[in-house]
Design a protein around this ligand. Structure first.
Ligand SMILES: [Zn+2]
Length: 152
């Protein structure tokens, strides 16, 4: 990883001194807000219903957060999971937490479907063509998500 080979740069990212999310005040593509985190989504997604749950404040690892806050983040994750399952009818929900590029705690949610483009291989979030959304479907997904989360 190029970022890890530059200890000073990595330190500044980890500490939130040069965090692109904190610098902007919030992540890009916010579609909803939960107690501890923002929900982001984009039409340029590799799977229908892809979302990301981004902690509102800067933290890197779950174990570095106070227990109550970490628990609240997991409850937000649970709420988003339920909402996306309800909307998409996915056969499985895959969660991924990395932070290798932006070490600001965030969890990717990839709904999986029978015959989806990643069946029998790892998910590659860069494969966004063709779009997972037909015309108007992304706006509908966002509206459904806000309704499911009680934030319509
Ligand atoms: Zn940050």
């Amino acid at each position: 990883m190029a970022l890890w080979s530059d200890p000073e740069r990595w330190h500044r990212l980890r500490e939130g001194l040069d965090c692109p999310i904190c610098d902007r005040g919030r992540p890009r593509d916010v579609v909803a807000e939960l107690e501890t985190a923002y929900v982001t989504a984009t039409e340029q997604a590799c799977l229908f219903g892809y979302c990301c749950l981004v902690l509102k404040r800067h933290a890197v690892e779950l174990h570095e957060m106070p227990e109550g806050e970490a628990g609240a983040f997991m409850l937000d994750l649970r709420e988003l999971s339920r909402a996306v399952q309800e909307i998409t009818g996915a056969v499985k929900l895959n969660w991924e937490i990395h932070g290798n590029t932006i070490p600001h705690l965030h969890a990717h949610l990839f709904p999986r479907y029978v015959g989806d483009r990643f069946e029998r291989r790892p998910i590659d979030p860069r494969e966004v063509e063709p779009s997972a959304y037909g015309p108007g479907r992304f706006d509908r997904f966002v509206a459904d998500l806000r309704q499911q989360l009680g934030r319509a």
